[in-house]
Design a protein around this ligand. Structure first.
Ligand SMILES: *Cc1c(COP(=O)(O)O)cnc(C)c1O
Length: 328
């Protein structure tokens, strides 16, 4: 919907990180855009903001920022850059519910934003999502696109006598069953977030050298398995809150990560990697402009995500629920 609202068409260019989920790119590629991928930061898997400006051309329509792990991108710098070049900012806030940049909710800063309610996110409805329209110029058209390109929503409010096909659109709305499921999750957001933060902080303490005394139970297993391997824990910039979307370790080498995953498997704990950089994917590699993006590649080879879900027990070793998706 964001790509349709921005009138993205053949020949337009869109800038986004390579280390993200395919949906970030698909939305724009479906409208015919060319994607210019940005590398990750060396202290965080999120997009390196300092590399964006060099990629802006007269064809650039939008910068799509991804708040990886719910950690904010430097939005002030990016909004200022976008304003200076007359391009739009779309926030992929799929992982960012209840995340904040200098106190402002993520998804509430760019011209448009999208949140995901896929089952792998902090709160979910199985499948689902939300478009956030922060620039009021897009609001009326968004409602029409959402309802298959018709003004059926206006009809439901008795504003028109019948509804008709006015624009491009699709069936972007949730069913009532989906909405009901999500509503219950929203009502429990604070409780879910509190629990997730508690698990996140327990991981952080367990892996922090001074407190590295956790040797028992589930968290003890994770620390013991690290013996002899070199890994770092997530870094959060001062302007970002922590929404406890995920906890990960970044190893020095791919071999060390493989060894850690193997050791955890032996004690019944499932830990998984994350994205293959999109610029190296079978679909996009020959459309990519050939720039090497070493940080994105390195996170792809060296990052491992640890189990983080509401029902994770503090004491016992628990495996990921079956059906947990590897790529989200
Ligand atoms: C989950 C996710 C998406 C996709 O969300 P859907 O609800 O499956 O469309 C997009 N971008 C990022 C960064 C994600 O984590």
């Amino acid at each position: 919907m964001a790509a349709i609202l921005l009138d993205i068409k053949e020949g337009d260019e869109v800038i986004m990180p390579s280390f993200t989920f395919v949906s970030t790119a698909n939305a724009f590629v479906l409208r015919g855009a060319k994607v210019l991928f940005v590398d990750s930061r060396n202290d965080h898997p999120g997009m390196d903001e300092s590399q964006v400006e060099a990629l802006i051309t007269s064809k650039t329509k939008a910068i799509v920022v991804v708040h990886y792990a719910g950690v904010a991108c430097d939005m002030e710098a990016l909004m200022e850059l976008a304003a200076r070049h007359g391009v739009f900012v779309v926030e992929d806030a799929a992982q960012a519910i209840d995340g904040y940049y200098k106190g402002k909710p993520l998804g509430g800063i760019g011209h448009l934003a999208a949140l995901s309610f896929h089952e792998t996110k902090n709160i979910h409805s199985g499948e689902g999502g939300m478009l956030v329209v922060n620039d009021p110029r897009f609001a009326d058209r968004a409602e029409i696109i959402w309802e298959k390109g018709t003004n059926r929503a206006a009809f439901s409010r008795h504003e028109v006598e019948r509804y008709t096909w006015l624009d491009l659109g699709s069936s972007f709305l949730p069913s009532e069953i989906t909405a009901a499921f999500l509503y219950a999750q929203l009502q429990s957001l604070d409780e879910i977030q509190q629990r997730r933060l508690e698990i996140w902080r327990t991981y952080q303490q367990a892996f922090t050298a001074e407190n590295n005394k956790v040797r028992q139970g589930y968290f003890g297993e994770l620390v013991s398995a690290l013996s002899g391997l070199r890994a770092r824990i997530p870094h959060l910039p001062t302007y970002s809150s922590n929404n406890a979307h995920l906890f990960y370790l970044v190893f020095e080498t791919g071999e060390e990560r493989a060894e850690y995953i193997k050791r955890l498997q032996e004690v019944g704990i499932m830990a998984i990697s994350h994205y293959q950089p999109l610029h190296l994917s079978p679909f996009y590699q020959d459309k990519h402009d050939g720039r090497a993006l070493p940080q994105a590649l390195s996170y792809s080879e060296c990052l491992v995500r640890l189990p983080l879900y509401f029902g994770l027990s503090r004491e016992k070793a628990v495996t990921m629920p079956t059906g947990a998706k590897q790529n989200h």
